[in-house]
Design a protein around this ligand. Structure first.
Ligand code: CA
Length: 237
């Protein structure tokens, strides 16, 4: 998305300016705000395409900004990339559970940031188009027939338990997105027994084993959760 409008919320002026210059160079239209409250208002009235949100702000913190943005119907769908410092995994988890689309940890290179922004914009565009539940999920070597509960890896059918199947579908629905353990629990709950976070790890281990080599697509994001990355299973041949 060329000339997408990115709102940068960052309280340190030098960092904000550095990001702004680099993102303009990458072809984005930018606005910069240094505090949280005005950011919430700006998002309502200006509808940016994406928000780059620093977690540590002087007035209200990034999580609160995120909560308010996601609470307003007008801005609920606006993608957010959270900017965190190292060691803020619990905040990352909280942000993801609040609906943050991605996060990036300081220090980061402008090029990586621009790539993340493009990724999130593309994915949220895709998600809008494919909002209806998909019957088939083709993810490289892994093909899923959601209605028929069938999983095929490299043309070989794979037997999964219902829980394993639901976890796989949930992760595959939005490839590249990190999902926390609580989000996974929320997605697979229902008539099933109550799952704990540790149980999720056990199911993931079993799922990876059954998928064989393609199981590498399910990536552990330390301290945060799991993510499906098609390319991780692609170099096996
Ligand atoms: Ca800050």
């Amino acid at each position: 998305m060329a000339h997408a409008h990115v709102l940068i919320v960052e309280d340190e002026p030098e960092i904000a300016e550095l990001i702004r210059l680099n993102m303009e160079k990458e072809g984005f239209k930018t606005d910069v705000l240094h505090t949280g409250e005005p950011a919430v208002e700006f998002v309502q009235s200006n509808q940016p395409d994406l928000i780059l949100l620093d977690l540590m702000l002087p007035d209200i913190d990034g999580l609160e900004v995120c909560r308010r943005i996601k609470w307003e119907p007008a801005s609920r769908e606006t993608p957010i990339i959270m900017v965190t410092a190292r060691g803020e995994e619990s905040d990352i988890v909280a942000g993801l559970e609040m609906g943050v689309d991605d996060y990036i940890t300081k220090p980061f290179s402008p090029r990586v940031l621009a790539a993340r922004i493009r990724n999130v914009l593309r994915r949220s565009g895709d998600a809008k188009e494919a909002d209806a539940k998909q019957e088939h999920l083709d993810r490289g070597r892994i093909r899923i027939n959601v209605d028929r509960h069938e999983v095929v890896v490299d043309e070989q059918s794979v037997d999964l338990t219902l829980t394993e199947f639901q976890i796989l579908v949930y992760l595959c629905e939005r490839p590249g997105f990190v999902r926390t353990r609580d989000q996974i629990i929320g997605a697979v709950h229902g008539e099933l027994a109550i799952l704990s976070k540790r149980t999720i790890d056990v199911h993931i281990t079993a799922l990876r084993r059954k998928l064989g080599d393609a199981g590498r697509c399910i990536e552990t994001v330390r301290g945060v959760g799991y993510r499906f990355e098609e390319r991780l299973g692609a170099d096996a041949f």
